[in-house]
Design a protein around this ligand. Structure first.
Ligand code: FNR
Length: 372
């Protein structure tokens, strides 16, 4: 149930598949004889130094992939030197993660109707020393994921025959889950009146996503939070222009990993247009479909200052806990490093030069000026 929650997109999964498939259409430029001995992946995201420009995206229920999953992923990110983002609908709370880490992390917010609760959440993020707030704009209504319906997704799982049979084949997962007290949405339970058990919680969450959300609310949040503000879920140039004018520090080109509007273009297809339109005014981050270091390089080459990964680290977390997230990050960096070498670049800041299409367009620009 929890694996399929990760490993799926909405409806026909067209956008979900396009997110990865469109990366394969981007060609890298093979160069030789470039002295590639000293290579650097270090960079900055939102002014913070990072060992490579890859952050962990906010993902709900990570604590059901592995007991205490958000704490483990945050620790792996901290040790590796990249940002971790905690979701509003995480299992471990803001306080749980803060207690088990030493570096500031980012906190993702869904806009709920209960604005007093929102203010308290923002206050808790401030108290936990979070260095950025990520407001997700593309999930005021939920895209339908067929697998979640088939599985009757809930946390903790309901004791149906099917679930019990499934759990019986995963004894180490069950033991680890029995050994932790973190098994439900701990950012919410205990912080909202009337939400004491799982069924009231599910009801509250579904009823709370505020469909009136608009740019005035974004400006309201901008006034409430004086730290870095990131707007997530921008897939349209027009929206990117509005986002850039709100005073936010960054936006994330994202279609929620193909989990919301099925039929929308892939994130990587929209990235260059958005980066061209607003990249000078606001930091442009990216997510959707990244599964390798080659993908990271391609997204950077298309104008992202940094990228986020969702499923890539969740697969690692589900397989091996904290070690799995570290393994995922190490694989990405190794692939990024070797691919940079084969493209003849030595710094991630030069990623643009690694794309064949960019080389061709600059060559044709040179040609045009030369023969103008
Ligand atoms: C997500 N995503 C997400 N986004 C968000 O803002 N808040 C959330 O709680 C979640 N939850 C969530 C759960 C799961 C299981 C997935 C896979 C994704 C979206 C996430 O932040 C990101 O946009 C995508 O995961 C990026 O696509 P890839 O890297 O998974 O292809």
């Amino acid at each position: 149930m929890f694996y399929e929650y990760v490993d799926c997109g909405s409806w026909s999964e067209t956008t979900y598949r396009a997110n990865s498939a469109d990366f394969t259409k981007i060609e890298l430029r093979q160069r030789v004889g470039m002295n590639i001995a000293a290579r650097n992946q270090r960079s900055h995201m939102l002014g913070e130094p990072v060992t490579m420009p890859v952050a962990l995206a906010p993902t709900g229920l990570a604590g059901m992939q592995w007991a205490d999953g958000e704490i483990l992923a945050a620790r792996a990110a901290e040790r590796f030197g990249v940002p971790f983002t905690l979701s509003t609908v995480s299992v471990c709370s803001i306080e749980d993660v803060a207690e088990h880490t030493t570096q500031p992390f980012w906190f993702q917010l869904y806009m709920m109707k209960d604005r007093a609760f929102m203010e308290r959440l923002v206050g808790r993020a401030r108290a936990a020393n979070c260095s950025a707030l990520v407001l997700t704009l593309d999930l005021q209504v939920q895209g339908q994921r067929h697998k979640d319906i088939k599985n009757g997704l809930s946390t903790p799982p309901k004791p149906t025959l099917r679930n019990l049979a499934n759990l019986a084949t995963k004894p180490s997962w069950c033991l680890a889950m029995l050994g932790t007290k973190r098994r439900t949405f701990r950012n919410i339970v205990g912080h909202v009146d009337g939400v004491e058990d799982v069924s009231s919680l599910a009801h509250w969450v579904n009823a709370q996503f505020d469909q009136t959300l608009n740019w005035d609310d974004v400006r309201w949040l901008r006034r409430l939070w004086d730290g870095k503000l990131i707007l997530k879920g921008i897939l349209d140039v027009e929206d990117a222009r509005i986002a850039a004018a709100t005073g936010a520090d960054a936006l994330i080109v994202s279609n929620h990993g193909g989990r919301q509007l099925d039929g929308a273009p892939s994130s990587i297809a929209m990235l260059p247009r958005i980066a061209d339109a607003v990249g000078e005014r606001i930091e442009v981050l990216f997510d959707g479909g990244i599964r390798s270091g080659q993908d990271v390089l391609k997204a950077l080459g298309r104008g992202a200052k940094g990228v986020m990964i969702g499923r890539a680290f969740l697969y690692g977390l589900g397989a091996l806990g904290e070690a799995g997230v570290t393994c995922c990050l190490e694989l990405l960096r190794k692939e990024l490093d070797l691919t940079m070498a084969l493209c003849g670049i030595t710094d991630v800041a030069e990623a643009e030069r690694a794309l064949l299409a960019n080389a061709e367009s600059s060559a044709s620009r040179e040609y045009a000026t030369q023969f103008a």
